[in-house]
Design a protein. Structure first.
Length: 295
């Protein structure tokens, strides 16, 4: 089987059986076509001829080309799930990507997603059905506003001010705070409220923003299960609090003031928020090591 044939079969599977979004399909196709181009230069034209050492050599070549570890990890994920599919469907006798090791991210950093990984996760959800819309709206809000999962579960319609771009949150200690909601999240939440949520509403439905298939409010456990399942579909390991960490880390990296981040997260003590300064310093050190001639 040629690489274009294998890629087309796999993308069709992602679209029809996994229901993953067009954006995600495009991302995966680009990763697979990048490998196919490299393989062609090595004289490899059939997927049956691919071996684990060749896959490892390809990832190493991507690092030599200057790609970040995050991008290389996403390339590795695309190759792993594609070859796993081909082997499972009998197109290959064995899976050459079994055991393929992707580059590790800096282990000294607290657990957080990169901006690329967040985009990868959000792009994988095609908001067609009410549940797809709901799940995407939840993930967007978790990342856009840094909410705790308990705060997301408890959020009610009267707490949302989408026209003004805010949500009023009741956090720990019954303390209320106002948190901005980004443009993209507002657009997705509006679609969920206008076209998705009404289809799940029943007589017993309350005023909670996010509801289940039978109209009841979602528990924190159920939200955690949804987030984990959505991430697992694209070979990421994500829980709601990881999106909260990512929200704060990306704000700080972008230049936001620590006191502002403290207020948005609802931390009573600034020392709790200061963990993110360590994240940012570690990130800067890694950039220096990577790009400075004497790093």
């Amino acid at each position: 089987m040629t690489f274009p044939e294998a890629t087309d079969r796999f993308i069709l599977y992602l679209a029809t059986e996994r229901g993953l979004s067009v954006n995600y399909q495009i991302s995966v196709r680009q990763s697979l076509e990048g490998f196919a181009e490299w393989a062609g230069c090595q004289g490899i034209t059939e997927v049956e001829a691919v071996t684990l050492p060749q896959l490892s050599s390809y990832l190493l070549s991507r690092k030599t080309d200057g790609l970040t570890n995050t991008t290389i990890r996403l390339n590795a994920i695309a190759l792993k799930i594609c070859f796993r599919f081909l082997a499972a469907r009998g197109f290959l006798k064995s899976d050459p990507a079994d055991g393929l090791m992707a580059p590790r991210l800096d282990a000294s950093l607290p657990s957080t997603l990169t901006e690329e990984e967040v985009s990868h996760l959000l792009a994988s959800i095609d908001p067609v059905t009410p549940l797809d819309l709901r799940d995407l709206a939840m993930l967007e809000l978790l990342y856009a506003s840094g909410l705790r999962v308990s705060e997301l579960a408890a959020a009610t319609l009267d707490q949302l001010s989408l026209d003004e771009g805010f949500i009023r949150v009741t956090g720990k200690g019954n303390k209320t705070r106002i948190v901005p909601v980004g443009r993209t999240a507002r657009e997705v939440i509006t679609r969920w409220l206008d076209t998705g949520r009404p289809k799940l509403v029943t007589r017993k439905t309350g005023s909670h923003v996010f509801i289940g298939i039978h109209g009841g409010r979602l528990t924190t456990t159920r939200i955690e299960q949804i987030v984990h399942a959505r991430a697992k579909a694209v070979d990421l390991d994500v829980h709601p609090h990881l999106l909260r960490h990512s929200f704060a880390t990306h704000l700080l990296s972008g230049g936001a003031d620590l006191r502002v981040i403290q207020e948005m997260l609802g931390h009573a003590d600034i020392t709790t928020t200061q963990i993110y300064t360590h994240v940012d310093k570690a990130r800067l050190k890694q950039v220096h090591r990577t790009f400075h001639p004497r790093g």
